[in-house]
Design a protein around this ligand. Structure first.
Ligand code: SF4
Length: 305
């Protein structure tokens, strides 16, 4: 695996230079082999029996059937802008917030977007490609597809890539609950997975995000992503969830992807419906932050941000 360790100062530029070279190679290869048009065709087929994510609703979105995420065949986005709050080597990151989500996190920070899949502006591929070009000229270092979650919008995102005339790294900013088929379509076109690893237990995933089989699906996808592209793992530490979630996640990463970029996040805030769950209805305590850092240190993993 070609993951690079980023030293605190000079490594950042090197990381991104290497990344850009890889992106260019990937872009040229994709264009040359026309695999992108094949991927678009395959994604449109999946839309007829939607299994972009592991909910596998099987609805025909081209015939206006709606699955769990509520996203129609036409993708919509709530906003796009230059984001300066992402990991240092990614900023400024041109971030596109698609509406709808495959999860239902009770503490969702973007609940106004994730729970309103039919709101927002239609994401017309040619127009989005123009916007990406404009942001690139303004200094964007990449384009960052997020939401909600980008997974229900895969068919649109592939079409946007096809229309893009600028060479820019493609960032997939996701909960990693997509299907194996989706991972196959992402292979070769995504340069960076900016990937949330939320839960160390299926019980917690069921309780707070209403998903089944979380651990097996996400760990499978992390391994696939790691074989194929750069990965930045984000773990948002939840109050009272260090033993059941933080610890197994950190230990799994240390075992399977020890040199990965790992971002232990302490900014949890009880948004949306979190007040209905007393155990997560507060911010992290100082002790919890300290304990989370100890878990990372004990596992031999470097928290690089
Ligand atoms: S992307 Fe939406 S419709 Fe498709 S399988 Fe997932 S939740 Fe269901």
């Amino acid at each position: 695996m070609r993951m690079l360790y980023i030293s605190p100062v000079q490594g950042l530029e090197r990381y991104f230079d290497v990344l850009s070279e890889k992106c260019l190679a990937k872009y040229l290869l994709t264009k040359r082999t026309s695999s992108l048009s094949t991927k678009i065709g395959n994604a449109n087929e999946i839309l007829r029996n939607c299994h972009f994510c592991e909910r596998r609703c099987g609805v025909n979105r081209l015939e206006h059937e709606i699955g769990y995420c509520g996203v129609e065949a036409i993708s919509r986005y709530a906003s796009e802008f230059m984001h300066y709050g992402e990991e240092p080597e990614l900023v400024p990151s041109h971030t596109i917030f698609f509406t709808g989500c495959t999860f239902s996190c009770v503490y969702c920070q973007n609940w106004d977007i994730s729970t309103a899949p039919t709101s927002g502006t239609p994401a017309l591929p040619e127009r989005m490609a123009e916007i990406i070009g404009m942001r690139k000229h303004q200094g964007a270092r990449n384009v960052n597809f997020v939401g909600g979650d980008p997974t229900p919008h895969l068919h649109t995102i592939l079409q946007i890539m096809d229309k893009c005339n600028v060479n820019t790294p493609m960032v997939w900013n996701s909960n990693m609950y997509c299907s194996r088929e989706t991972m196959g379509l992402l292979s070769g076109v995504i340069d960076v997975y900016l990937a949330d690893f939320r839960y160390g237990s299926d019980m917690c995933a069921r309780k707070y995000s209403n998903v089944n089989n979380y651990w097996d699906i996400t760990t499978r996808n992390f391994l696939l992503a790691h074989e194929d592209a750069e990965v930045i793992v984000r773990h948002l530490v939840l109050p009272n969830h260090l033993e059941c979630c933080t610890k197994p996640i950190v230990q799994w990463i240390a075992k399977h992807m020890p040199n990965v970029r790992f971002n232990l996040m302490f900014q949890y805030t009880p948004y949306y419906k979190a007040h209905q769950y007393p155990e997560i209805n507060r911010r992290l305590s100082c002790d919890e932050r300290k304990k989370a850092l100890e878990i990372v240190e004990e596992a031999g993993l470097r928290n690089l941000v």
